[in-house]
Design a protein around this ligand. Structure first.
Ligand code: IMP
Ligand code: ZN
Length: 343
């Protein structure tokens, strides 16, 4: 009888049950969904994704998000994008997904932040016939200031109860070269008190002081953590803090290489942290913008770092420990993943 070991590494990465913990809704929009929305707005000629081999900068990425937001400007679009993104992750055997998104208002279409959050929650609820558990993290954009951040955390706290646990945490994201994350510390303290988990983009670019202050919150997980290590603009103190506190890292290989915060896959910080046995979770970040999938990200990890199918499976299985949902969901997922363990 054929076993998982008879699969190619590409097939194995695709068929293996997976966890996605770092996916921005609007950055995850697929070409198919984008075409559907562009058609509706009579903008069918627009091109809204990067080619894989195209060198872009972090600035280019943020420009792309602005373009996507022009298309995703009403609650119907927010619903469609979320619904489609969940189906796409489910189709590649993602069994547990934490989506994150910045509540946005667009006066011209009458979309309010509340309406946006409700559209996302409704799309999540409408996907409950699929074999995937979906949670929602509300994002604080560091470009928008502390008052907006406070409002986002209040929304998250309110919908944590109203959504029956779908809303589970808050994120810090946005252009890492803008503003000072330390301004948001009191807001994140407030989020913690409300029982929300913290998934913060940290050290995407070198900034030792800012990163150290944010680490002391501490976040439940770190997005990217690209510049924590001393040889890439971090410091021993940052590295030791993350290591000794075992703060999991959400690592997005293609995103970092296309965004040019990491020169190439071989030099990605994954290898350093993985070798230390530090909790690492492979994620996509923005699968639409970076034209990738979670299965491909696992394949890249396998190929670049010479990981066997056992190691790849363990990486996926180990990710369950770092999800924001409760222990009963973790147990449920572990049973499911164990059935796919290479024999
Ligand atoms: P949205 O929050 O669903 O609208 O997704 C797009 C937003 O995610 C962007 O406007 C950024 O604020 C954020 N984002 C996506 N990728 C990154 C990243 O790599 N670093 C920081 N922020 C990001
Ligand atoms: Zn991100």
């Amino acid at each position: 009888m054929p076993t998982q070991r008879d699969l190619s590494i590409a097939e194995f990465c695709c068929e293996m049950p997976k966890i996605e913990l770092h996916a921005h809704i609007n950055g995850s929009i697929s070409e198919t969904t984008m075409k559907k929305l562009l058609k509706k707005k009579n903008r069918e000629g627009d091109k809204l994704s990067f080619q894989k081999d195209q060198i872009a900068t972090l600035d280019d990425c943020f420009h792309m998000f602005k373009l996507i937001h022009q298309v995703s400007d009403d609650t119907e679009a927010a619903y469609t994008i979320t619904y489609d993104v969940i189906h796409e992750f489910a189709a590649e055997n993602v069994k547990y997904l934490e989506l994150r998104s910045t509540p946005r208002e667009v006066k011209a279409t009458g979309m309010t932040k509340l309406g946006y959050v409700e559209a996302v929650i409704k799309a999540i609820q409408d996907c409950n016939d699929l074999d995937i558990i979906v949670k929602f993290i509300l994002a604080v954009d560091r470009r928008n200031g502390v008052d907006v951040a406070k409002e986002t955390v209040e929304l998250a706290a309110k919908y944590k109860t109203l959504s029956n646990g779908i809303v589970i945490g808050v994120d810090l994201s946005g252009d890492p070269t803008v503003g000072d994350a330390r301004d948001y510390i009191p807001v994140f303290e407030q989020a913690k008190q409300a029982g929300l988990k913290l998934a913060l983009h940290l050290a995407e670019v070198p900034n030792i002081e800012e990163t150290l202050a944010m680490l002391k919150l501490p976040p439940n997980r770190i997005g990217h953590g690209t510049c924590l290590l001393p040889d890439v603009g971090g410091s021993d103190e940052l590295k030791d803090y993350v290591y000794t506190h075992k703060i999991p890292l959400e690592l997005c290989l293609t995103s970092n290489v296309i965004g040019q915060t990491v020169p190439n896959f071989d030099n990605h910080h994954f290898s350093n942290w993985y070798k230390r046995n530090h909790p690492c979770v492979i994620c996509t970040d923005d699968k639409g913008v970076f034209n990738t999938t979670l299965s491909e990200e696992y394949q890249i990890a396998a190929k670049t770092f010479n990981l066997s199918v056992d190691k790849i499976w363990q990486l996926s299985f180990g990710s369950i420990d770092h999800i924001f949902a409760e222990e009963d969901i973790k147990e449920q997922l572990r049973l499911k993943f164990l059935q796919f363990r290479p024999l």
